[in-house]
Write a protein that binds this ligand. Structure first.
Ligand code: ADP
Length: 485
């Protein structure tokens, strides 16, 4: 058990119901970004441990797939209850390894529980079809069955809920799973193993391996027993994994990068737009794939928006996520800080005006000042690239057509937001934007009931909604002939 006594700091991998070290005994340190101190270690596993986890998942699939939807749903309800019963301890671990405020961590853990409950309910609605037959003596049935062993690779920004979105549908559909959490934030991932055990989910159904991303990823993508890969992370690694899975033609779901536009029209409710802008930019210190990357504000309202937005940004309390009242924790590491600094330097060089923030925070380490940059221009780097930090560039636009074109001028298509009180415009803009998630007069829209997922290079597949389970199912057509009808 870890020094601070939190039992969710589990320093081992879960393979076939056993908590194990890496074969070599090698470990990796896990750092708290708020203090730069080591929280604990995790096994540095690789190809061999991953192959064994996949074998265990394949063996467990034989019996898990035969359980009834109701049995699986019961265990998942138990898992849901256990997550909520341990919400505080899970949130503490999340904040320690990730940096976000405790309030946000608690929210994330609650969202994890909500995903498990949602999929527990969906397990019982995996309907097939009986189709009118073109033959008098044959009948057509279409059934849904679990794809088999699923592999999940998740990022550090939502280490708990990104796994809930993958473990949930896998368990519900009757699949088994091998999980690789991000190396920076492994304990929120390993916690799933402890909770699944306590919920009575059999050994081998959920396996968790930490360590070398390329070795684990290499084995997952090469191994023919894995029938589906679900990945949340960067577009760059997503593309690599898609290439790697081609050899064994796996199903893939990809939640990749974003370049979210946030559009404020002259007729918007300004206070509402400012509140939405804060939520859509500064949640998790700007480190989410649905965070606003580009603010577009119409010319008449531009100066007033900058003024009110800046006032709100200056109110944000930066600090250690474990301290009361903190709204902005540190960035994940110093590399993230350097990247943010590069974006700011590039913008300044090209005529950007820093209205507030712009530099490392006085708290030191990877803390960074919430930043607003006015007079943003298309030639600045963040027009194309994901910032993933607390920097808000604000561009000025004139017409509706112009801003739709600007907003769509990116290879990404995950989230977008716009503010207007004109109903006709709301429909025109909503239909014009090539994005998988659209917030109209709302800056925070993710919820388990709706399908989350991107268009274009932001990804493939949906998580949540009634659509979410589909990616975990194979469709089978059965022709029943010779019925003598
Ligand atoms: P981020 O920029 O959010 O860290 P990444 O795409 O690099 O995004 O990481 C997301 C997840 O993918 C993490 O769990 C990471 O360890 C994993 N990952 C990174 N490189 C590879 C790889 N070559 N093969 C498999 N997984 C990888």
């Amino acid at each position: 058990m870890a020094e601070n006594g939190n039992r969710f700091i589990k320093q081992a991998n879960l393979i076939d119901g056993q908590w194990l070290a890496a074969d070599s005994g090698a470990t990796i340190d896990v750092i708290n970004p708020a203090s730069n101190k080591i929280i604990g270690t995790i096994p540095k596993s690789g190809k061999a441990e991953t192959a064994r986890a996949i074998d265990a998942a394949a063996a467990a699939f034989k019996s898990w797939r035969k359980t009834t939807a109701n049995e699986r749903a019961q265990k998942m309800r138990k898992l849901h209850d256990l997550i909520l019963a341990n919400q505080d301890a899970l949130a503490e671990v999340l904040t320690m390894e990730q940096g976000k405020s405790l309030a946000e961590s608690k929210g994330e853990v609650a969202s994890s529980a909500a995903y498990i409950l949602w999929y527990a309910e969906e397990a019982r609605r995996m309907y097939g079809d009986i189709v009118p037959s073109p033959w008098a003596d044959r009948r057509i049935m279409v059934t849904k069955e679990p794809v088999g062993v699923v592999a999940a690779i998740t990022p550090w920004n939502f280490p708990s809920s990104m796994l809930a979105r993958k473990i949930g549908p896998a368990l519900a559909s009757g699949c088994t799973i091998v999980v690789k959490p991000a190396t920076q934030t492994p304990y929120s991932g390993l916690a799933w193993g402890l909770l699944c055990e306590e919920a009575g989910i059999p050994a081998g159904v959920v396996n968790i391996v930490t360590g070398s991303a390329s070795e684990i990823g290499g084995e997952i993508t090469r191994n023919a027993l894995v029938r589906k890969l679900t990945f949340t992370g960067s577009t760059e690694i997503g593309k690599l994994l898609m290439k790697q899975t081609a050899g064994t033609v796996k199903k893939v779901s990809m939640e990749l990068g974003g370049n979210a536009p946030f559009i404020v029209f002259d007729d918007a409710d300004l206070d509402r737009a400012v509140a939405g802008a804060i939520a859509a930019k500064f949640r998790n210190s700007g480190q989410t794939c649905v965070c606003t990357n580009r603010f577009f504000v119409q010319s008449k309202i531009y100066n007033r928006f900058i003024e009110k937005f800046t006032e709100a940004v200056e109110q944000l309390k930066v600090g250690n996520g474990l301290e009361d009242g903190t709204q902005q924790g540190p960035l994940i590491d110093m590399k993230a800080v350097e990247k943010v600094e590069e974006f700011i330097a590039d913008a300044e060089k090209k005529g950007g005006r820093i209205v507030t923030g712009g530099k490392r925070h006085a708290l030191g380490g990877s803390y960074f000042e919430p930043t607003v940059i006015a007079d943003a221009k298309p030639r600045m780097r963040f027009t194309k690239e994901e910032i993933f930090g607390p920097v808000a560039p604000v561009y000025k636009f004139r017409s509706e057509d112009e801003v739709i074109e600007l907003a769509n001028n990116t290879e990404y298509g995950l989230a977008c937001y716009f503010y207007t009180q004109d109903l006709g415009r709301a429909f025109r803009v909503m239909e014009g934007l090539k994005y998988g998630l659209v917030g109209v007069n709302e800056g925070l829209i993710s919820t388990v009931e709706a399908p989350f997922g991107g268009m274009k290079e932001s990804g493939l597949g949906k998580e949540g909604g009634h659509q979410g389970i589909e990616d975990y199912l194979d469709t089978k057509y059965v022709c029943l002939g010779g019925l003598g009808l």
